[in-house]
Every structure is written in structure tokens, then in C-alpha cells.
Design a protein around this ligand. Structure first.
Ligand SMILES: [Fe+2]
Length: 277
């Protein structure tokens, strides 16, 4: 069945059709992750928010077409996406493995109170690829993703740090990017400081768009518009159950974690990132 993309256009996200191959793929992905954690092949710097979040950027060892070893990425997902995004995508990146635990988010020593409050109140909302630099966190468009593809692996419930997004925010941000980069050549786009305008645009979204929590049933994959504002909701701890992932070590707690794998293939041309509908 061909994918119906209407909710992506209207609200900035969509659940994807899938097949049994996908479920074999995620079992394989889970095995590979467990092995990597057993062998301690992870960077402690990836544990953030008082060790309640493993960021896991490019942690999954998949090939450039999304396969893991001999396990193929679902052709149904792959073909439906290829039909929509064509040949404008460079390569399939290595998947991010985002894991949260009960108690997310805790305040890190490194995190400012302002930034922690933003994490609590606004779910640390952001547009992927708009990267903050330096102490003053000046923001620039540095990565030109075609979309964000999420594969839920385990514990994806309403209370366990779900993905949060602002429906319709992709239209506001797309218009904003079209305006600020109008007439700018591809090689200059990433050197333009957009800090204040980006922050204004985000405020406009908070005022005008509804928050949606994405809680997939049966581990159904989903795809986000590259310009949709999103973040991670909290995972409140149960009363009298104090959770301490740091002391028990990550591996022992893997089964308690909320795990999502994200892919963000990039466009060849930054102008596709700005303009493509
Ligand atoms: Fe993100």
C-alpha cells in the first residue's frame, strides 16, 4: 500500500506503513545495541541530564542504506520514503539511539538553570540541524536533513519521555527559513547567524500551535517534517521509587529505558532543505 502523506503535510508528522521485515530489523537492532553496551562501546559523554538520557548520536552500526548486517531495512518503508524524497538524499546516516530513563530530565552540573527550565517547560524544543555555538549559543543552520525518521524500540508510552512536537510548526518555520535565506547561495547559508530570529519564530509557534505527544502503538515507525519544532517530554519517577542509572550502570537498566532510533539523512543541496514541500 502506498503511503498516505497527508498528515505530514498538514501537521508535520505521520505514522508509516510497515511490514514484518521492519520488526525483524528492530529485533536485530536491539541485539546489536545490547552487545555494544555489554562491550562498553559507548561514550560516557553521551549520558546527559544526570544520566537519565543517553543521546547516542550515530551509535547504531547500520550501512548507508539502513541495513544492519544481513538484516535489510524494511523495503516498504525505504521505498515509500524514496518515492517521496527521490534522489535528493546523500546517504542513510548511522542511527541515533536515544534512550531515556525514569526521572528524565535531571539537572546536569553543566546545564544552566535557564536551559534546564526550558527543558522542563518547553521540552528543550528545537529544530534539528540548527546548532548553537559558543557560550552565547549563537545559532546557525549546519545540517540539512531531509526528514526525521523514528523507530520506537521499547517502552514508548505516554508517561515515558515521549517525543513532543508542535503540530503545524513546520509551516511557520519553513516560511521563516524561506524568508531569511532568500537569494543566499548554498555555500553562505550555514554562516548566517539566525539566533534572534529563530527564537522569535519559536515563540510564534508556542503561541499558535498545539502540542502533540507521539505515542506509537505496536512500535509503529513515524516520520517528522524536518522543520517541525520538537523535543522530549519528562518521565516522572514513581513515588518512593528512586532510580539511579549511574550507580547500577547503563547496561543493567537498558530494559527499563525508553528507546527510539532516529535517522536523519541529509540533502545534497541546502536549498532543498529550505524549499522542498
Ligand atoms: Fe531533535
Amino acid at each position: 500500500m502506498n503511503q498516505d502523506w497527508s498528515n505530514l503535510k498538514k501537521n508535520g508528522w505521520i505514522f508509516l506503513n510497515t511490514d514484518h521485515i521492519h520488526y525483524e530489523w528492530i529485533v536485530e537492532a536491539q541485539k546489536k545495541l545490547e552487545t555494544k553496551f555489554h562491550q562498553k562501546l559507548f561514550d560516557h559523554k553521551d549520558l546527559r541530564c544526570g544520566s537519565t538520557w543517553f543521546v547516542g548520536t550515530n551509535f547504531l552500526d547500520n550501512s548507508s542504506n539502513g541495513n544492519i548486517g544481513t538484516k535489510l531495512m524494511s523495503r516498504k518503508i525505504f521505498n515509500n520514503i524514496s518515492k517521496k524524497f527521490g534522489n535528493n538524499i546523500k546517504y542513510w546516516d548511522k542511527g541515533q539511539v536515544s534512550i531515556c530513563w525514569p526521572g528524565y530530565p535531571r539537572k546536569d552540573d553543566k546545564e544552566t538553570i535557564k536551559s534546564f527550565n526550558f527543558r522542563i517547560k518547553r521540552f528543550a524544543s528545537h529544530i534539528d540541524g540548527i546548532i548553537p555555538f559558543g557560550k552565547k549559543k549563537r545559532r546557525f543552520a549546519k545540517e540539512f536533513h531531509a526528514f526525521i525518521l523514528g523507530f520506537p524500540l521499547q517502552n514508548n508510552c505516554l508517561e515515558s519521555a515521549p517525543l513532543v512536537l508542535w503540530e503545524g510548526s513546520h509551516k511557520i518555520f519553513r516560511n521563516f527559513f524561506k524568508e531569511i535565506y532568500e537569494g543566499i547561495t548554498s555555500d553562505k547559508i550555514s554562516s548566517i547567524d539566525i539566533t534572534e530570529l529563530y527564537s522569535e519564530c519559536r515563540k510564534k509557534v508556542f503561541k499558535n500551535c498545539e502540542v502533540k505527544k507521539i505515542t506509537p502503538r505496536f512500535k509503529q515507525p513515524y516520520l517528522l517534517d524536518r522543520h517541525v519544532l520538537h523535543g522530549i517530554d519528562a518521565w516522572p519517577e514513581k513515588k518512593n521509587v528512586k532510580y539511579n542509572p549511574k550507580n547500577n550502570m547503563l547496561l543493567n537498566n537498558l530494559s527499563n529505558g525508553r528507546i527510539i532510533i532516529y535517522f536523519r539523512p541529509v540533502f545534497f543541496n541546502p536549498h532543498d532543505w529550505i524549499n522542498m514541500e
